[in-house]
Design a protein around this ligand. Structure first.
Ligand code: ARG
Length: 568
């Protein structure tokens, strides 16, 4: 059992009307280990117990029964500070990790529950930009974290593959396009055509009519229009798939906006029946004035459906198909209003599960610090960003460890991991900047730093040979009582909680930041405490700690979608 839980249960047994869970949630880790390993801020109990914090702390310190898990409990400034028994703490953490292995931190809290995760969702024939990259990375991490906690996960790539832009693209292609150029130039060429359409339409408004006509044909299932549309999709997919391959991301469903084409009529009818639809100059909308929001547009004048309509149809379909417990949507915060609006519409339709829809918003990425060889559009930009990262990592490896075996593979794992980590390095809602100096800093708070720490720990285990795979009676925890080892143990012990917090706040950065804490504490330990010493018992204890660090770092990196190479 976690030490926190043991202490909370002991404390709760001494108090009337307060349960162990409440106590556990109140406990904190003191800023300085000299103040103890765990503390209970008693002012939080003052009101319920009608005593002063110091009185409560004093009483608890006096009456806490002895227990092998801790050495002593002291009252100080309204806090109850508990000091763990270092030996038993070390043994309990290490045994727990050894027993659970790669499942350390996993649980079954999500068993029987399904979460639908709508993420990445780029638009066909438009650039896959850094916002989509961030959505991909955050969504993928949330997917892995939920799966680790026992949830059934459904990852959906809600591709933007329908809408008036296809009328424009078809028009542009018909006028200025060339099949071979499109095959070769991929999205870049499609983007060029799309941009040209907008440039030309400024002086030739009749182009807009033509585009509308093409979209109408597409909506009516005209074979020529459909064929071009499918082809644009295939072309776009090639590019997207290259990026997903690099990132190691997969989806359970690629049902994009077009998937809901035959499900729109029913949504419109239902909105009408429920008296929510209002006509406004030929268009149809749902008024949201009462909720201080502009109306949600459902049908345009020409009968075309909109982004809102498609999201509503998709939510109804997903509820019916997956019977989700939660459904989340990962996009940048510019879409806040969009989601608030249609979540409200679902509520007004009378679906009690409206509060199970969540928008997981994130901030912008500023790429100004990156120099690109070509500026032909964002598409190239993103793939180039990943490629540049791989190239730069290869250069670093080349200078640090030229004899490394599978340099190319490692450069890819570290280069891509660096970009992923940067996206997850801070609270998602914060805007982030991008500087190669930080992203690839092997000594800073970066992906490569964690991966490098892992590889370093693995190399110690390799040097130790078979001994590292030990097992047996388990190490003597009294040999890990020094502050450096204890700090590592504390970070490892905190890991399962961090995973749960990341899930609760839908915030993968809680895991990624914690991995930095583990890595930093391990590196301090590594510097202070030689591992392959002559004393067999000491060596075994330290090796076991190294092994546990490896397990947790590998698991944690896996949760945020980053690989853990054995050697760098
Ligand atoms: N395709 C949209 C965009 O690029 C993102 C879609 C997000 N998902 C959703 N169900 N609306 O902005």
């Amino acid at each position: 059992m976690a030490y926190k839980t043991i202490v909370a249960e002991l404390v709760a047994s001494l108090l009337e009307g307060v349960d162990a869970g409440t106590i556990e949630a109140m406990t904190e880790v003191p800023p300085n280990p000299e103040m103890g390993d765990l503390s209970l801020p008693c002012f939080k109990l003052s009101k319920t117990l009608r005593r002063s914090p110091q009185q409560i702390a004093d009483e608890l310190a006096r009456s806490l029964p002895p227990h092998p898990a801790f050495e002593k409990a002291v009252a100080a400034a309204g806090y109850l500070n508990v000091f763990f028994n270092k030996k038993s703490f070390a043994e309990s953490v290490l045994n727990d990790i050894r027993e659970k292995g790669d499942r350390y931190g996993a649980s079954a809290v999500g068993a029987g529950k399904t979460i639908v995760i709508d993420f990445s969702s780029p638009n066909i024939a438009k650039p896959f930009h850094v916002g989509h990259l961030r959505s991909t990375v955050i969504g993928n991490a949330l997917y892995r974290i939920h799966r680790f906690l026992g949830y059934e996960c459904v990852g959906i790539n809600h591709l933007g593959d329908w809408g008036t832009q296809f009328g424009k693209l078809i028009t542009a292609y018909k006028l200025w396009g060339d099949a071979r150029q499109v095959e070769e130039g991929e999205i870049e060429e499609l983007t060029r055509l799309y941009v040209k359409f907008h440039d030309e339409a400024e002086t030739k408004p009749e182009l807009e009519d033509e585009a509308r006509a093409w979209f109408v044909r597409l909506e009516r299932g005209d074979e020529e229009a459909l064929e071009l549309w499918r082809w644009f999709k295939t072309i776009s997919y090639k590019e997207f798939n290259r990026i997903y391959d690099l990132l190691g991301v997969t989806f359970d469903s690629d049902a994009g906006e077009s998937f809901y084409n035959d499900k729109m009529g029913a949504v419109v009818d239902e909105l009408k029946e429920k008296g929510l639809l209002e006509e406004d100059q030929g268009a149809f909308l749902v008024r949201l004035d009462e909720y201080n929001m502009p109306p949600a547009l459902i049908l345009k004048k020409d009968g075309a459906t909109l982004y809102h309509t498609r999201d509503i149809a998709a939510a109804l379909y997903r509820k019916k198909t997956y019977d989700f417990d939660q459904a989340i949507y990962v996009t940048d915060y510019a879409q806040n209003l969009h989601f608030q609006q249609w979540f409200k519409v679902i509520g007004l339709m009378g679906y009690e599960w409206a509060d199970r829809l969540h928008h997981v918003a994130f901030g912008r990425v500023n790429l100004e610090g990156v120099k690109f060889s070509s500026r032909k559009g964002n598409v190239v930009l993103l793939e180039e960003l990943l490629r540049q990262s791989i190239d730069k990592t290869r250069d670093i490896i080349e200078s640090k460890n030229p004899s490394l075996d599978n340099k190319e593979e490692v450069a890819k794992q570290v280069g891509v991991g660096a970009v992923i980590y940067n996206d997850l390095s801070n609270n998602r809602i914060k805007d982030i900047s991008f500087s190669w100096k930080d992203v690839l800093n092997f000594e800073g708070e970066s992906g490569p730093y964690i991966q490098y720490t892992y590889a370093r720990a693995r190399s110690v285990l390799r040097k130790a040979g078979g001994e590292a795979e030990a097992g047996g009676a388990g190490p003597d925890g009294s040999l890990l009582a020094n502050p450096e080892a204890q700090q590592v143990l504390k970070e490892l012990a905190a890991f399962p909680d961090k995973v749960v917090q990341a899930k609760e706040k839908l915030e993968p950065s809680i895991v990624s930041r914690h991995l930095i804490d583990i890595a930093q504490s391990f590196n301090r330990f590594y510097h202070e405490c030689p591992i392959l010493v002559d004393d067999a018992a000491l060596r075994a204890a330290r090796l076991e700690l190294v092994r546990s660090v490896c397990t947790v770092l590998r698991t944690g990196l896996g949760l945020i979608g980053i690989q853990a190479p054995e050697r760098i």
